[in-house]
Design a protein around this ligand. Sequence first.
Ligand code: PLP
Length: 457
Amino acid sequence: MTQQTADFETVRDWDNGNFVHPWEGMAGIGRNDRTFTEGGEGIYVSTQTGERLIDGPAGMWCVQIGYGNTEIAEAMAQQARELAYFSPFNNANSTSARLAHEIAKRTPGDLNHVFFTTGGSTAVDSALRFIQFRNNVLGLPEKKIVISRQKAYHGSTYLAASMSGKERDQGWLDQASHLTHFLPNVNPYVRAEGQSIEAFLDEKVADLENAILQTGADKVAAFIAEPILCSGGVIVPPAGYHKRCLEVCRRHDVLYISDEVVTGFGRMGHWFASEEVFDIVPDIITCAKGMTSGYVPMGACIISDRLIAEVSGDKSRDATFSNGFTYSGHPVSAAAALKNIEIIEREGILEHVRDVTPHFEARLGALADLPLVGDARGKGLLGCVECVADASADDVLALDKTVGAMIDAHCQENGLILRPIINMCVFSPPLIISESQIDQMFDILEYGIRKTTSDLV
Ligand code: PLP
């Protein structure tokens, strides 16, 4: 609900004149015609003109339990009435302590130490800083390079952004490039003609091991990987990739950070995808987004007992991990996260995701037959269509770069909002989506792709 009523033209002027949006295209700043989402219910959002749209990306991969959940809103309000804030530095609070415990019960292996952050970027940043801290305490100050991958996205703070391998995001901002090494694309779709998936997998694992050997294991601190590269275009590495990469890391004393900012909290039918879906227990997991179903900001960097033991007590050299935020473990966010966990569990949402995923994946796979679609890929409730000028030739480059936006516009006219990324559209609907709503979503998407195809010829 808006504080004051204002006509839509005025609100759009405020937005254009005063609000700098994330990834703001500076050529068009102040002249945008954005869709205003003003309300939400279940899997739907409503716009300023009263249209009801299926929210294909669940906000920004985050609104797991759907919109308009009054139970979570009430839990936040109750916490705000009782204690809106406290300082997490020298004090503690039972809501955030309980949340740390509830999260630790759901993480793989010995990942039991939860460092709360304000979102995904600060979770990744904290993970990276913790590893720097660990190596300094262990007397390994040279062991600082982090290996990441092309197409990865890890956030927008300086260190996290430096680990992000999307070409477009690296263009105009400085990076801590002395701390990074990027591996080539792990997308099987771009493998050499005639190369088998098995050979591609071997090559990608060898890329990691060779990078460690060439850089020197004494200089490489960690490997950071999203289980699925989401913002990079829902890239699903070949089966077995993460497990084999973890083995490589273990051989060379390189830590493994699994960035589950998108895949955590149910997106793949489990609390965390690392162990249940990809069969790995990493050293650190980062999460955010679905943790509170996006109702309020929160993130976490979850560290293994083993790593904490290495740098604590007698081994600590009296060091302080001087990284933290005013809002670490914010009680209102913690109350939202606790209620979110309760709802996901009580409503059987993880089981529901596992039940509807085969249907989602089947409808997604069928889109690959459309002429404009080069690849239709995904896993869990994560999907992407990548458009090419000529699907038989997989000619990505020849295509109009706004094709994703064209598809999104046609879909919006028909009740579905997507996230366009250059020649791709990605989607990750609220986890409560039913099978018939999945059909509705894919019917509109197929229409949007066909309509865009006819616009282009
Ligand atoms: N890590 C991954 C894998 C992400 O997808 C994102 C955001 O999309 C982030 C980190 C950054 O999260 P935030 O935008 O909450 O800072």
